[in-house]
Design a binder for this molecule. Structure first.
Ligand SMILES: Cc1cc2nc3c(=O)[nH]c(=O)nc-3n(C[C@H](O)[C@H](O)[C@H](O)COP(=O)(O)O)c2cc1C
Length: 394
């Protein structure tokens, strides 16, 4: 993916100037190219995981590595009570356009909690979780306390084998190798990872059904980037080049050299959406179609109902599947576009629920992710930035 993106950006720059080079601008869907590398300081949280003596900071050092939408890392942790962690959400870090009811944000709270619980076991503690001590949030979440976790010494607690994969877990947006299938044993292991929670998890490998999902995913992506407010929501969290990545340590990293150079010369305008028929948009559609075509399987998580607690459980299940996949050498890439609840994507929302035999509104597809293996010999993916524990304390 990387090479072709670079080449395309270059050719387009030579042939058509700035607007054309903007083809790479929404390239956050794709793997980074490491020419202007993500600075080590923005990745320090990965190296610091597990270093803290203090129990609260120790468990949080793993929790902050959780996968979460647009890498906004919206978690605030209160350590003011000994043996307790209070969690709330940073309402300045929500994604109201693509995630209008904050469903994905709650999933991100779930991924965080799951890693926290697993890390507590490493230190011989069980984590007792009280959800919504200040009441269940309504249609939109607010800054109330969402979770109180009590860390309790427990001689019977065992470390989850999945935890070993936590430092290596990634979201991998590259093309997958269609020649390497996901085996039935691997599928069983992925599903088993989600088993602690009352939800349905599965993997689709049937060619006809995968083709149907690909089509829905492509159509939903088209809506996201042709709808001005949802496109702009992603543009606003793009972090271009070393200095900007380090300043924010969140969001969607762009280190495509051509885009970084344009930014340096002040030629990258992130305040205006590219025209629907511009190459900036058509290239994104083409590139997404290419990785979608290079997808041998899709992973999904479905809940019957869509309560806040179920959204958290779906997040916990997803990170467990992501960890299980990591241990098996499988790559994953969430594709939430068709699961989003804004009006323009309603038809794809219905279609994906039908395709997964989970008709809405009885069921909610909480996660749809590309699943497969990158071609043998592919470079290992570097982690994405994190703000670090201290930045997320109340
Ligand atoms: C609920 C949820 C939804 C996500 N949706 C998408 C998505 O639609 N497209 C995408 O490329 N990544 C998606 N991701 C992956 C995040 O962007 C990723 O976790 C984040 O950038 C941090 O990167 P990492 O997982 O490699 O640590 C999603 C993750 C979660 C937990």
């Amino acid at each position: 993916m990387g090479l072709s993106m670079n080449r395309r950006s270059f050719i387009r720059l030579a042939g058509g100037g700035v607007v054309v080079a903007a083809a790479g601008l929404a390239g956050w869907q794709y793997a980074s190219r490491n020419v202007f590398p993500v600075p080590e300081t923005a990745l320090a949280a990965w190296a610091e995981a597990g270093q803290a003596q203090d129990l609260g900071r120790f468990v949080l050092s793993y929790a902050v590595l959780a996968p979460n939408s647009h890498n906004k890392q919206p978690w605030i942790a209160d350590l003011s009570v000994e043996g307790e962690i209070g969690l709330s959400m940073d309402t300045d870090r929500l994604l109201p356009k693509t995630d209008p009811f904050n469903r994905q944000m709650m999933m991100g709270l779930g991924t965080f909690l799951e890693l926290l619980v697993q890390a507590a076991a490493v230190r011989g503690h069980r984590a007792d979780i009280v959800l919504f001590p200040e009441g269940v949030p309504g249609e939109h979440i607010d800054s109330r306390r969402m979770v109180t976790v009590r860390l309790i010494p427990d001689a019977n607690v065992t470390v989850d084998p999945l935890f070993a994969a936590a430092p290596d877990r990634r979201t991998d947006r590259r093309a997958y190798d269609l020649g390497q299938t996901v085996t039935s044993d691997e599928i069983a292991a992925l599903i088993a990872a989600a088993a602690p929670f009352p939800l349905r998890a599965g993997v689709e490998t049937d060619a006809a059904r995968v083709a149907r999902i690909r089509d829905i995913a492509n159509r939903a992506w088209r809506h996201e980037i042709l709808t001005e407010r949802t496109l702009m929501e992603s543009m606003e969290v793009l972090r271009v080049g070393t200095a900007e990545i380090d300043r924010h340590r969140d969001g969607l990293v762009i280190d495509d050299p051509m885009v970084v150079m344009l930014e340096r010369f002040g030629l990258f305008d992130r305040t205006t959406p590219p025209a629907p028929d511009s190459m900036a948009i058509t290239a994104q559609l083409d590139d997404f179609a290419a990785i979608t075509a290079a997808t041998p399987a899709y992973l999904w998580i479905v809940t019957e109902g869509n309560s806040r607690a179920q959204q958290i459980e779906a997040g916990r299940a997803y990170v467990r599947m992501n960890l299980a996949g990591t241990a098996l050498g499988l790559s994953m890439h969430p594709n939430q576009q068709s699961l989003q609840e804004y009006p323009e994507v309603a038809s794809e929302y219905t279609a994906i629920h039908q395709a997964l035999n989970a008709p809405a509104p009885q069921f909610t597809v909480q996660m749809l992710a590309r699943l497969g293996r990158v071609p043998q010999g592919s470079a290992p993916l570097r982690p994405s930035p994190r703000r670090g524990v201290e930045a997320q304390l109340a």
